[in-house]
Ligand binder design. Structure first.
Ligand SMILES: [Zn+2]
Length: 371
């Protein structure tokens, strides 16, 4: 059964990067030849990632800037991608799961092509052939006789051509315009591919790693290290909308933000050995000098820049005296709903972007959407 994670979230019913309604089919991840099997199914579609971006059909890239545009992922047939994959050991394939389509269960695979440019003669320049997805390694000439010659004969090296054939867009521009399933697929694919591209060696022994478990894990190639199975390291961050006893919201501007009018809510990374509630209270106090009383959970969404999980809370301030730290947070102020909207409309402040959980937290407090 596909589980919509938001089914359990009462307060923030829609978050652009947390819509995954595809069945991950996690029980299949250990299957030998999983990716070949799935890619050979006629109904399987492949989406592409590259440098943290997702591929959309040519011409759709510009739509990310429009309010009401709808966007789709570029979609490739599995069998053709399989041929091309055999020639690109730097590509990483990821099994995203399946959903009920017109032709029964349709499977979705993501392929990351970030590292196919650095290959030569089927090997990466740095000799790090361990980056090949273990389940596809050796599939080329020996695994599928004629695949290479066929690809060369018709000149159809799809993965090589993909960089120029599609538009490439940021997840934050794509997700607010996409349907729930594709937004979820894109979020999974970007999160995994960013991790595969950043972690090329085992953190314990330094040996090269191979993608494993349908792309959801990596395996250390060093037998002496027990071919250790490695999972993505996710970095939790808390984000908190603070209200006072009059239900005013505390908004703040951080020094690191390029947009001088951007005002958002309190946020920061959870420290080692710290629980979420402590991080909420610590961050608010560090940034604005405010001590928090009651803290309530609102929802969460992944934020793969590069590996965060944003965990959202609403908290009641015990006082209203604001003292910003002056280095990270340079301004903070209390606003009523009317004051907030007046400042948004006159342009003196701007709201967080459409893909951010902060925007939905603010809209939930406002009681309506921001234009
Ligand atoms: Zn190792």
């Amino acid at each position: 059964m596909a589980l919509n994670p938001l089914a359990l979230t009462q307060v923030l019913p829609f978050l652009p990067l947390a819509q995954g309604n595809i069945d991950y089919e996690t029980e299949r991840r250990g299957e030998p030849d999983l990716l070949q099997t799935v890619l050979n199914e006629p109904s399987t579609t492949v989406m592409l990632t590259r440098g943290g971006l997702v591929a959309v059909p040519r011409g759709q890239g510009a739509k990310a800037d429009y309010a009401n545009a709808s966007m789709r992922l570029a979609s490739l047939p599995g069998a053709y991608v399989l041929k091309s994959l055999a020639r690109h050991p730097g590509a990483v394939a990821m099994f995203l799961g399946g959903y009920k389509g017109l032709a029964g269960t349709q499977h979705v695979v993501a392929v990351d092509i970030t590292r196919i440019d650095g290959e030569s003669d089927g090997n990466c320049n740095d000799g790090d052939a361990g980056t090949v997805d273990g389940q596809l390694a050796g599939y080329g000439e020996s695994g599928q006789p004629g695949a290479d010659t066929a690809a060369q004969a018709d000149g159809a090296d799809m993965l090589q051509q993909a960089a120029s054939r599609f538009d490439w867009v940021d997840l934050r521009g794509f997700a607010p315009h996409a349907n729930a399933r594709e937004a979820g697929q894109a979020t999974s694919a970007v999160s995994l591919s960013v991790w595969h591209n950043r972690q090329r060696h085992c953190p314990t022994c330094g040996a090269p790693v191979q993608a494993a478990m349908g792309g959801w894990a990596q395996r250390c190639t060093n037998e002496a290290d027990g071919n250790r199975l490695l999972f993505p390291r996710i970095e939790p961050a808390v984000i908190t909308l603070v209200v006072d006893s009059a239900d005013r919201m505390l908004i703040q501007h951080n020094a690191a933000w390029n947009n001088p009018t951007l005002y958002s809510v309190s946020a920061g990374f959870v420290e080692a050995g710290e629980n979420l509630e402590h991080a909420v209270r610590r961050e608010a106090h560090e940034e604005t000098g405010i001590t928090l009383g009651e803290v309530k959970y609102l929802g969460s969404q992944p934020w793969p820049y590069p590996a965060s999980l944003m965990v959202a809370f609403k908290a009641h301030a015990l006082g209203t005296d604001v003292h910003v730290d002056g280095s990270e947070t340079v301004d903070a102020r209390w606003v009523t709903r009317d004051e907030y909207m007046a400042q948004i409309i006159d342009g003196s402040i701007s709201a967080p972007g459409k893909a951010t959980i902060a925007r939905y937290m603010i809209e939930q407090w406002l009681g309506h959407e921001l234009a």
